[in-house]
Write a protein that binds this ligand. Structure first.
Ligand SMILES: NC(=O)c1ccc[n+]([C@@H]2O[C@H](COP(=O)([O-])OP(=O)(O)OC[C@H]3O[C@@H](n4cnc5c(N)ncnc54)[C@H](O)[C@@H]3O)[C@@H](O)[C@H]2O)c1
Length: 481
């Protein structure tokens, strides 16, 4: 078991503690038990969700009474005390007095490593390891060595950071505020001016980011995004087209260097290498799949751009509900499109999506009979007790599918449904389901109220006249008739 000495238990120190502990490191920390307990609780509820494997057994947390005690025997020290150089110098001196050779990563957002190394007993052991809040979820750590930092300390830092499931970004030259905060500072500065000049409110600025380019940045950053914006001409065309106009507003104010030909060539060449032979069309498809994934995650959380998408669905759903389907037929209730994230390694719709398609269909059916989200919020719902899926075809990327419901049987508590997932007239899958009406608080089945039964029973009576679907009541493994 490795031991991390974490100095400072504020926003960042507590985030580091969560990251180390949940990855199995032991962690003695001199301060801030309350903050740490709260941050750890959030981290335990979120970090494990990022992994498809169980995390290692959680490390042990000990609170040390002094910096010397925290540093003694540690394999790594992460310094996260307030952003004051003289304080950081004092902490580093105490750490090195207790454990001279331990690598020390500083969380500093702005000091250069050579500033941190001033007056240190062992400058070679010190580098910047700059994380991002929340440390337990965001992968980025900027590793900034100075010329005095030992290569083996940088290597150890890389291994440590990767061992915590994070992405080490080696910053090649030491500069104030490194890479990410330099970028953030320009956005922050412009945002403050926009508020000051009365152009935008704080909320307007946040919407401008999270409804638009923030979504692109999350998956392709800046250069790859603009490479695509250059169309088939790629990055070189993008710079030729937009470089000069991006240059104008600033050239009046400050002495911005001319965007010379060599720089344009360097950027275009680096962008080509980054694209690794992928065409603009391929990059667009990758981008689109990523954006759909991100937007759907936000939709599930009903947050940011996801709220816009949900509101749009709600309006359209109302319009769909207003067109009452013919009760004497199986009810076509869901219209689905096979999305990139639904496709498995065979290029077909992946197994779990058939159940998803069916649950979209049965959800629509439940809304039709009045068991909507408001009904669920009131403490009653239908739970699925059993499902039998029969695969009858393959769905592929981009295909339009419908989901329809035929009621096989309904009574006060039970709802026996037959769901068909079809591509045009062709069957793709059928799902036979038994749903039970439940009191969600009591956790047991109860009869549905008249408000539901009054809508359900006439449909069930009409469907009793439909032919029994092929495959209904089938056992797994039974030979087709
Ligand atoms: N807040 C951020 O988003 C962020 C992001 C990246 C890096 N950082 C950097 O992380 C460092 C810490 O920032 P923070 O936001 O966590 O600050 P914070 O004020 O939340 O936490 C500072 C912690 O250091 C402790 N502390 C103060 N004096 C100390 C001493 N003499 N010995 C030991 N511990 C001491 C405090 O009790 C507190 O627990 C700074 O260098 C900052 O630039 C912050």
């Amino acid at each position: 078991v490795a031991k991390a000495g974490l100095i400072g238990g504020g926003v960042i120190g507590a985030g580091w503690a969560a990251r180390f502990l949940l990855n199995g490191w032991d962690d003695p920390d001199p301060e801030a038990p309350r903050k740490l307990a709260e941050v750890l609780e959030n981290a335990r509820a979120s970090l494990p969700a990022l992994s498809d494997l169980p995390l290692p057994a959680e490390g042990r947390l000990r609170f040390a009474a002094s910096i010397a005690e925290a540093a003694a025997g540690a394999d790594w020290v992460q310094e996260s005390v307030p952003e004051r150089l003289e304080l950081k110098h004092r902490v580093i001196a105490e750490v090195q007095a207790a454990n001279p050779l331990v690598p020390i990563g500083s969380s500093t957002s702005g000091f250069r490593p050579s500033q941190l190394q001033e007056g240190a007993a062992e400058p070679s052991r010190i580098l910047v390891a700059h994380p991002f809040n929340p440390v337990y979820l965001l992968p980025l750590v900027e590793l900034v060595p100075s010329p005095a930092t030992a290569q083996q300390v940088l290597d150890a830092a890389r291994l440590t950071v990767e061992g915590l499931g994070m992405h080490p970004l080696h910053v090649r030259k030491e500069i104030d505020a490194f890479i990410a905060d330099r970028l953030l500072e320009t956005v922050w500065r412009e945002a403050l001016w926009l508020v000051k000049d009365g152009v935008a409110s704080t909320e307007d600025i946040d919407e401008a980011i999270r409804m638009g380019f923030g979504l692109r940045w999350a998956q392709m950053g800046l250069f790859e995004t603009y490479r695509i914006a250059g169309g088939e001409g790629g990055m070189a065309h993008f710079i030729a087209q937009f470089g000069p106009c991006l240059h104008w507003p600033w050239s009046r104010l400050t002495d911005v260097p001319e965007l010379d030909e060599t720089l344009v060539e360097t950027i275009a060449a680096q962008s080509d290498a980054q694209a690794a032979g992928r065409s603009i069309r391929e990059l667009e498809r990758i981008r689109d799949g990523n954006l759909v994934g991100i937007l759907r995650a936000l939709k599930d959380r009903d947050w940011g751009a996801g709220t816009v998408l949900n509101a749009h669905d709600d309006r359209r759903r109302q319009a769909v509900l207003d067109t009452v389907p013919d009760p004497a037929e199986a009810l076509v209730l869901a219209h689905l499109r096979v999305l990139p994230s639904w496709i498995d390694y065979n290029g077909h719709m992946t197994e779990s999506r058939y159940l998803f398609a069916a649950s979209e269909t049965t959800d629509a059916f439940l809304r039709l009979i009045g068991a909507d989200l408001a009904y669920v919020a009131g403490g009653h719902s239908y739970y699925t007790a059993e499902t039998h899926i029969l695969h009858r075809g393959e769905a592929r990327l981009g295909e339009a599918l419908t989901g329809s419901v035929q009621i096989l049987m309904a009574d006060e508590k039970r709802l026996h449904l037959f769901v068909r997932i079809e591509r045009g007239p062709e069957p793709v899958a059928t799902l036979e389901q038994m749903l039970l009406h439940v009191d969600t608080k009591a956790g047991r089945t109860v009869p549905a109220p008249p408000a539901i039964l009054d809508r359900l029973m006439p449909l069930a009576a009409a469907h009793a006249n439909l032919p029994r679907p092929e495959g209904a009541g089938r056992r797994v493994g039974e030979r087709p008739a």
